[in-house]
Write a protein that binds this ligand. Structure first.
Ligand SMILES: NC(=O)c1ccc[n+]([C@@H]2O[C@H](COP(=O)([O-])OP(=O)(O)OC[C@H]3O[C@@H](n4cnc5c(N)ncnc54)[C@H](OP(=O)(O)O)[C@@H]3O)[C@@H](O)[C@H]2O)c1
Length: 329
């Protein structure tokens, strides 16, 4: 495993990490969740990602039980939660001081830890003044309940404002973002956020590196059974994969398969290595519903150095979605 500072922070995260969305407390049994965490930890993964909304809190309960059972020393892993979607009642969602505080307390309980290493605002809350959220996060840090805070899928302008508010008030600023980033989803990460990396050294923990499995090639001939595309809560994914957008993605995936074959590697490894190649990626959060998937994905680091300029250019030609940088600015 390789490790990298999370942006300009002093925290070291493994280049590959493990997330629990869709899977823990939902698609997979707790025994498989345990096998996945042990496999990851033994391979040097030190960051496990979670959120209050994942399986309505059950994902954190499952992860907490495994952390407790394994008895791993607290200084050998980094665990996160995210606040935003805690429930449907007025103060059970969003980024008010009340919900941020209560969500943190609830996550600590479910994960059975004394503090969260990373606490993300899972989305921006336009109904709460930004100052209130920044002060609430700072309070949690002062209280020792979280160590670092960050954002997920916020626009660059709002992140910049949050950092500004923190600086003006001598508070701890957010240091990391959790955005989607993969071969099919690039604009925000590569274009919109470019000044966040340059000006603030913003770190990133990127999600869906395989575009929910599309970049494994498993959807090249329809929607196979035993995949997330068949889960009742992900009908939007099924529709996306079986519609015109899915067909277009499959055409590109088939072309990418040729490159993977030439390299003697697999498509998932190539797609994850492509993400790792971007220097602004601090860690790639892997998702897996089977142990063999995680085993395969954990080997992606080996492929990174095979990706030379010429290959990256060939991939660029296949993807044909390079973000268009403005001429000025
Ligand atoms: N902040 C946010 O808003 C946000 C949003 C989404 C995710 N996330 C985080 O990012 C993590 C990863 O996201 P993700 O699960 O969408 O990642 P992903 O890598 O795009 O998709 C993972 C899924 O692809 C399939 N797969 C993985 N490896 C495979 C392989 N080698 N061969 C065949 N199939 C394979 C599995 O699904 P099947 O069960 O279908 O086989 C697996 O669960 C999440 O767990 C979560 O922690 C954050």
């Amino acid at each position: 495993m390789e490790y990298k500072n999370l942006g300009r922070s002093g925290l070291k995260v493994s280049r590959l990490s493990l997330g629990s969305w869709v899977t823990f407390g939902n698609q997979i049994g707790d025994d498989v969740a345990e096998q996945l965490m042990v496999k990851a930890y033994d391979a040097g993964v030190n960051f496990f990602d979670n959120a209050e909304v994942y399986a309505n809190g059950k994902s954190e309960e499952v992860m907490g039980s495994i952390l407790k059972k394994m008895g791993w020393s607290r200084d050998t892993f980094v665990v996160s939660s995210k606040v935003f979607w805690g429930g449907k009642l007025p103060n059970q969602y969003g980024l008010s001081r009340k919900h941020v505080t209560e969500a943190c307390h609830a996550a600590l309980k479910r994960l059975q830890v004394d503090y969260l290493d990373l606490f993300f605002c899972h989305r921006a809350d336009i109904e709460t003044p930004l100052e209130e959220t920044v002060f609430a996060m700072n309070d949690l840090i002062r209280q020792g309940k979280i160590l670092y805070w960050g954002t997920s899928e916020w626009d660059a302008q709002r992140i910049t404002e949050a950092i500004g508010i923190a600086k003006e008030n001598h508070l701890v600023p957010p240091v990391m973002e959790q955005p989607q980033y993969n071969m099919f989803h690039r604009d925000r990460f590569e274009l919109e956020y470019r000044n966040l990396y340059k000006n603030f050294g913003y770190g990133t923990t990127i999600w869906s590196p395989l575009a929910s499995g599309m970049l494994t090639g498993k959807y090249n001939h329809g929607l196979p059974a035993d995949t997330r595309a068949h889960l009742p809560e992900l009908t939007w994914l099924k529709e996306r994969f079986s519609g015109p957008e899915g067909e277009e993605m499959v055409r590109k995936v088939q072309a990418l398969q040729q490159i993977a074959d030439e390299l003697g590697t697999s498509l998932p490894k190539l797609a994850i290595a492509w993400c790792l190649k971007n220097p602004n990626v601090s860690t790639v959060i892997l998702g897996a519903s089977k142990v063999y998937q995680l085993e395969e994905n954990l080997a992606a680091l080996e492929v990174v150095e095979q990706l030379n300029e010429e290959l990256m250019q060939r991939i660029e030609t296949i993807l044909n979605n390079r973000p268009k940088f403005p001429v000025y600015g």
